[in-house]
Design a protein around this ligand. Structure first.
Ligand SMILES: [Zn+2]
Length: 468
């Protein structure tokens, strides 16, 4: 591990280094400790086990946490840190706070269910099996939330200010301009694209000199495929043969984008008006926050969307059915009439979508359309890679349904979009740190920054400390 001279402010990379998940970046000066994002590690077991590692600094000594957006890999470790003694304030935007509360309660439920299951099967390395956190930890976490508006300079600790700027990724999401111990840094969080149907595009990088930019690189080695007709073609063909379409979708944002697209396609007559089921309690709660943000003309909502849809529902093609309870969800097990089901989780690692997959995968009539990023080690990735069987509830389920993967719904900027964006401020930062990328993507993106822009770029390893 690199060493830093005493009294020099430094950043330590505590997650999303060499991997996509677990975003945690600690800013350290003699006067303050500020943690930027507090994400959970997800995906492969070796990553998930890192959530149990001892936190490298005493959580009580952290003054403040700043959260870029509500996704679990950016907020999901908060209740754990509170459980371990963090008592400072957590700064975030209004809708990041609202969505994080929903997402963290859902996460606590999964943690508790997993612990109970491990206790039953007696395979946990914790004896008795322990949940990473529970509902009470989430409630204590939410009480520490300090919501702040976009575009306002906010003091979060001694000699530490942040400004949230809309990043176009999900509702509430921000990139952040940070002033810390006389240094200026920019954290991209997760960078959205310019064509989100609801959210304003990220503006140019704020003017002036940055000492460091910490950029994500989820798609740092790739360009998104252009929008194709595959989505509507595949839905139309499936319905024509009497099958149904299952869309595993991240509960927050992807569900909204898909619903809008389905409404547009039905209005244009490109797909038949079949029932559309939104089958995820978390997605339905998030949906209401999106509706609220549109109604109140929130600054991250595109003005034309707020103007056109205020007081009306842009998510309902007229056939939307919201399934809140498990019993309601069961009514669409093995659908006998063609329909479209949108259900979470987006990578099919858990949630109601697993039951639908189990029912629908063995039937060649049906189609599963994957619309999001599928991390290594997930069922979604296995399906995308053409697996003939996937394991569910300890059973091998044959994959006979048609599997489609549509990239154009991504809410992450791709390599070209990211390069253009980090170069949009017109001045060269002293250093760029490339994080939040799976094996290879971060390195490829760092090389590209160096060769194309001539900037210093570096892919930090986990635990690395760098002087600012
Ligand atoms: Zn995200």
């Amino acid at each position: 591990m690199s060493s830093v001279a005493p009294n020099v402010p430094f950043i330590q990379f505590l997650g999303a280094a060499g991997t996509v998940t677990g975003s945690r970046f600690l800013l350290n000066s003699p006067n303050a400790k500020v943690l930027i994002d507090c994400g959970m590690f997800q995906g492969l077991k070796e990553l998930r086990l890192r959530n149990w590692d001892k936190f490298p600094v005493d959580p009580e000594t952290i003054d403040a946490i700043v959260i870029t957006h509500a996704h679990l890999d950016h907020s999901g470790y908060l209740p754990r840190l509170v459980k371990l003694g963090f008592r400072g304030r957590i700064f975030l935007t209004k809708y990041t706070g609202d969505l994080a509360e929903v997402i963290l309660h859902d996460s606590a439920r999964i943690q508790m269910e997993d612990a109970a299951y491990a206790a039953k099967k007696a395979y946990s390395k914790h004896n008795p099996p322990e949940a990473l956190y529970n509902d009470q930890d989430v409630e204590r976490t939410v009480r520490l939330f300090e919501t702040r508006d976009f575009n306002q300079r906010v003091q979060v600790a001694e000699d530490a200010w942040v400004t949230f700027k809309p990043s176009g990724h999900i509702l509430g999401a921000a990139y952040i301009d940070v002033e810390f111990a006389g240094k200026r840094l920019l954290f991209t969080g997760d960078m959205g694209r310019h064509d989100h149907p609801l959210l304003v595009a990220p503006g140019d990088i704020p003017a002036g000199q940055f000492d460091a930019i910490v950029t994500e690189s989820t798609y740092g080695d790739r360009e998104h495929a252009p929008t194709t007709a595959n989505f509507q073609d595949s839905i139309r063909e499936t319905i024509a043969r009497g099958g149904s379409v299952l869309i595993p979708a991240f509960a927050v944002d992807r569900t909204e984008i898909i619903l809008i697209r389905l409404r547009e396609l039905m209005e244009a007559g490109e797909i038949p008006r079949v029932n559309v089921y939104a089958d995820s309690p978390m997605a339905l709660k998030a949906l209401n926050f999106y509706r609220q943000a549109i109604d109140e003309n929130s600054p991250e909502i595109r003005p034309e969307i707020a103007a056109e849809w205020s007081g009306r529902d842009p998510f309902d093609p007229g056939t939307l059915i919201e399934l809140m309870t498990p019993d309601e969800s069961k009514t669409i097990n093995n659908p006998d009439r063609p329909c479209i089901i949108i259900s979470a989780s987006g990578m099919a690692t858990g949630g109601r979508v697993v039951h639908h997959l189990r029912n629908m995968l063995p039937n060649p009539k049906h189609t599963v359309i994957l619309v999001g990023y599928q991390a290594v080690g997930t069922r979604g990735r296995s399906l995308a890679d053409g697996a003939e069987f996937v394991k569910m509830h300890g059973e091998l389920v044959p994959v006979k349904a048609q599997i489609e993967q549509i990239q154009s719904f991504s809410v992450h900027a791709d390599s070209n979009e990211l390069i253009d964006w980090i170069n949009s401020g017109g001045s060269q930062p002293k250093q760029v740190y490339v994080v939040h990328g799976e094996s290879g993507a971060a390195e490829v993106f760092a090389d590209r920054i160096h060769s194309q822009l001539g900037w210093h770029s570096h892919v930090p390893h986990i635990g690395e400390k760098v002087a600012l």
